[in-house]
Design a protein around this ligand. Structure first.
Ligand SMILES: Cc1ncc(COP(=O)(O)O)c(C=O)c1O
Length: 364
C-alpha cells in the first residue's frame, strides 16, 4: 500500500495501531441513557467506590506549592513509599500511575524485534507498550483457572526475550499467582515484572524478595486501594541498578506536587483507607455469592477489587448494553483471549444490590 500525506512519516509498525481500549466514563453516557451522570453506578474500572482519604482533599485545597515544579529526584516521595513498603529508598521509583512505569520499563528493555512474554488473558497495557516500541508480544495461554503455565513461559524464552510480565492478582481474572511460580520464573534471570496493582485487596507480595533477585521488579498503584485513580500515582520497587536507569530515562517531574501531597496524606490516614479496603473485601465475598446465584453467570474467585464472570448464556456485549441502559457500567469482553465475559468492580453494598436486581430482571 502506498502511503500518502503524514502517514509516510509515521513509523510503519504504528500505522493502523488500534491502541488501548479504556473504560467508559459516565459523562459519555449523558443524554444516551435515562440515568443522570451522578446516579450512574460505575463498576467498570476497578476504582475505589469510597474515594480517597478526606485528608487528601483538605491538604490539596490548602497546598501553596502548585506553581513550583516537584522534586525530580522524588526524595520525599520515595522516603514516604520506603516507609510504606519497607524497601530502601534507592530501590523505589514513582510515576504518574503505574501504567507509565510499565511503559518506562518497556522502553528500558525492549526495542524493535525484541520479545516480551505475556500470560494471557492479562492486563492489556503490557501488549500496548510493547507494540509501541516495535517489540513482539509472545502470548502464553493461562490454564482453565487462569493460572500461569510456567512450563510454557520458560519454553518460550529465547535469545530475543527481554521481559516477562506477571500480574498478581491478575486483571481481569482476579486470581493471584502462587509464590513458587513467581520464583521459578524469576529464577530464569530474565527481567521479570510482578504487577501488584491490587496488592492491598489480597495481601500477598514479593516486595521483600526484591533484595534477592537482581531481575525482579514489583509494581504498585495508589489508584485502587487509596482511591487516587484520578490523580495518577504509582510506584515500583526495583533492583537498585534498574531503579537508577529508570530514574535516568523517566520524563522530568513525572509525579505532580498534588500527587505527592496525596500520597503523604493517604499514608498518614492508613487506618481509614484500610477500613475501606476491608469493606471492599467483605463486599467482594457478598458479590461473589450473589453472582453465584445467577444461573447464567460463572463468577471466578478474586483476590482483587473486581470479579470476573463467564457469561454462560446470551451475549456479554448485549448484557453490558442492558446494564448500561439501567445506569450500571461493567466491563465486557468478547475476543479470542477473553470470550463472552464481564468484569465487575466491587462497589458499595447498595451498588451490589442494584446490580443483582438488574441482573435478575435481565433474561439472556
Ligand atoms: C494489573 C494492573 N496494573 C496496572 C494498572 C494501572 O494502574 P495505574 O492507575 O496506577 O496506572 C492497572 C489498572 O487498571 C492494572 O489493572
Amino acid at each position: 500500500m502506498v502511503k500518502e500525506g503524514i502517514e509516510k512519516y509515521i513509523r510503519p509498525h504504528l500505522t493502523g495501531f488500534t491502541g488501548y481500549s479504556a473504560s467508559t466514563s459516565p459523562d459519555v453516557l449523558a443524554g444516551k441513557v435515562d440515568v443522570a451522570p451522578e446516579n450512574i453506578i460505575k463498576l467498570n474500572a476497578n476504582e475505589n467506590p469510597y474515594g480517597c482519604s478526606p485528608r487528601v482533599a483538605k491538604a490539596l485545597a490548602a497546598c501553596k506549592h502548585l506553581h513550583i515544579y516537584p522534586d525530580d529526584g522524588q526524595e520525599r516521595l520515595r522516603k514516604l513509599l520506603s516507609g510504606y513498603t519497607g524497601a530502601p529508598l534507592e530501590r523505589i521509583v514513582a510515576s504518574h500511575g503505574s501504567n507509565t512505569l510499565i511503559d518506562l520499563i518497556v522502553r528500558l528493555f525492549v526495542g524493535p524485534g525484541d520479545e516480551v512474554i505475556n500470560s494471557v488473558p492479562t492486563f492489556d497495557i503490557y501488549r500496548f507498550s510493547t507494540q509501541i516500541v516495535g517489540g513482539t508480544v509472545i502470548n502464553i495461554k493461562r490454564d482453565a483457572d487462569f493460572q500461569v503455565d510456567v512450563k510454557a513461559v520458560k519454553k518460550a524464552i529465547n535469545s530475543r526475550t527481554r521481559l516477562i510480565f506477571l500480574a498478581t492478582p491478575n486483571n481481569p481474572t482476579g486470581n493471584s499467582l502462587p509464590l513458587r511460580d513467581i520464583l521459578e520464573i524469576a529464577g530464569t534471570g530474565l527481567p521479570v515484572v510482578v504487577d501488584e496493582a491490587y496488592y492491598e485487596f489480597g495481601g500477598e507480595t514479593v516486595v521483600g524478595l526484591a533484595e534477592k533477585y537482581p531481575n525482579l521488579m514489583v509494581l504498585r498503584s495508589f489508584s485502587k486501594w487509596a482511591g487516587l485513580a484520578g490523580l495518577r500515582v504509582g510506584y515500583g520497587v526495583f533492583p537498585p541498578r534498574i531503579a537508577r536507569y529508570l530514574m535516568a530515562i523517566k520524563i522530568p517531574h513525572n509525579v505532580s506536587v498534588a500527587a505527592e501531597v496525596a500520597v503523604r496524606e493517604s499514608l498518614a490516614d492508613l487506618d481509614y483507607l484500610q477500613s475501606k479496603v476491608k469493606a471492599i473485601v467483605a463486599e467482594r465475598a457478598r458479590l461473589f455469592k450473589e453472582l453465584g446465584g445467577i444461573t447464567w453467570l460463572k463468577p471466578y474467585p478474586s483476590q482483587a477489587n473486581f470479579i470476573y464472570c463467564a457469561v454462560l448464556k446470551g451475549d456479554a456485549g448485549e448484557l453490558h448494553r442492558q446494564l448500561e441502559s439501567r445506569g450500571i457500567l461493567v466491563r465486557y469482553f468478547d475476543n479470542p483471549l477473553l470470550k463472552n465475559s464481564i468484569r465487575i468492580s466491587v462497589g458499595k453494598p447498595e451498588h451490589t444490590d442494584a446490580l443483582i436486581k438488574a441482573l435478575r430482571h435481565i433474561r439472556p
